[in-house]
Design a protein around this ligand. Structure first.
Ligand code: ADP
Ligand code: MG
Length: 316
């Protein structure tokens, strides 16, 4: 049984348990990192509420092939993101290049349909009404529009009247630390790489999506900008808390931002490890220097280095 199937089993178990409050994380635990599943019997007040909420995302038995079946990316992929009451989730996905991370995001965003299998949002096949935002590594803002116009565009698409748009746009521009830049064109070098990426995030968030997909969004940024963006995203997530699915190659970034981390293998793409990050929901840079954080990073690094050895070609 993989760690991932343990995770799914735990979700099912949890759903059948009666719990009282939704405060899953309180303090940094002292014990070393381990891939242990959540304890089956949490003390009152620390567990999850019993709710009828359906899972936010479910990918069920998905097959993906190209070239008349010669290339097989997924052969029965399953993935589950449960809903937690009054709380979005921050999911980090790690995996080797080409294992299918971007493909999964494309399914969820509706940009691609699997060869076969189901993609469910909130328990139903996804429709155009599902609000899903997407941020890519490449700057995806429109360079011939200003920062203001780029952010406003998302609300125009939603047919929000002009009078209502202004407040929302300016609030989001402020939240993303772009105040004073709203009149500039969304292009380099009028804006820096970090600022352009903030425009893209602002544009995605202003439409208040239930789900925000981020595909290596900070991959092209220099280290200082990247660290600043991580802190900004952590802060914003606390304020707006949509469910974020965050794909990254950076293990430390995945742990710092993620509430749950999923590790994928390739050929075929499949989730093989799951870690629940036992850090407080509110993240601060100092947490990166704790033994817990570093043990977890080291453990995941080991898992990723061994993906090939453990899940590579079978004999015969
Ligand atoms: N149109 C296509 N034809 C053939 N193979 C494809 C096509 N699109 C994607 N793939 C393959 O699907 C796999 C998964 O791609 P992708 O989801 O982009 O991987 P990741 O984001 O994890 O790096 C890759 O091996 C890629 O080569
Ligand atoms: Mg990719």
């Amino acid at each position: 049984m993989s760690f991932y199937s343990e995770y799914v089993e735990n979700v099912e178990k949890k759903k059948s348990q009666k719990k009282t409050a939704a405060i899953p994380h309180e303090k940094i635990p002292e014990e070393p990192a381990q891939a242990a599943p959540a304890p089956p019997d949490l003390p009152a007040g620390v567990g999850y509420q019993q709710t009828d909420l359906t899972d936010i995302i479910e990918i069920r038995n998905v097959h993906q092939s190209y070239d008349d079946g010669k290339i097989k990316v997924f052969e029965g992929l399953n993935f589950l993101i449960e809903d937690k009451p009054d709380q979005g989730q921050f999911i980090s996905i790690l995996g080797t290049s080409g294992c299918g991370k971007s493909t999964i995001l494309r399914y969820i965003s509706g940009l691609q349909k699997p060869t076969s299998g189901e993609v469910l949002l909130h328990g139903k096949p996804r429709t155009d009404k599902d609000r899903v935002g997407m941020v890519f590594q490449q700057y995806s803002s429109l360079p011939w529009y200003t920062v203001y116009e780029n952010v406003e565009l998302a609300l125009k698409y939603k047919n929000i009247p002009k009078a209502e748009r202004k407040d929302k746009v300016m609030q989001m521009i402020e939240l993303m630390g772009l105040a004073g830049h709203e009149g500039k064109y969304a292009q380099y070098p009028s804006l820096s790489g970090g600022q352009l990426q903030r425009v893209a995030i602002a544009r995605s968030l202003v439409a208040q999506p239930d789900i925000l997909l981020m595909d290596e969004p900070f991959g092209a940024l220099d280290i200082k900008t990247r660290l600043d963006m991580q802190d900004l995203l952590a802060k914003i997530w606390l304020e707006i808390h949509p469910t974020i699915i965050f794909v990254t190659h950076d293990i430390s970034e995945a742990v710092y931002l993620g509430d749950d981390i999923f590790v994928m293998k390739s050929k075929p793409g499949e989730f093989v490890y799951h870690h629940h990050v036992k850090l407080p929901l509110y993240r601060e840079r100092e947490m990166k220097y704790t033994p817990y954080f570093n043990d977890l990073v080291r453990q995941i690094e080991g898992e990723m280095l061994d993906l090939e050895g453990k899940f590579g070609k079978k004999e015969g």
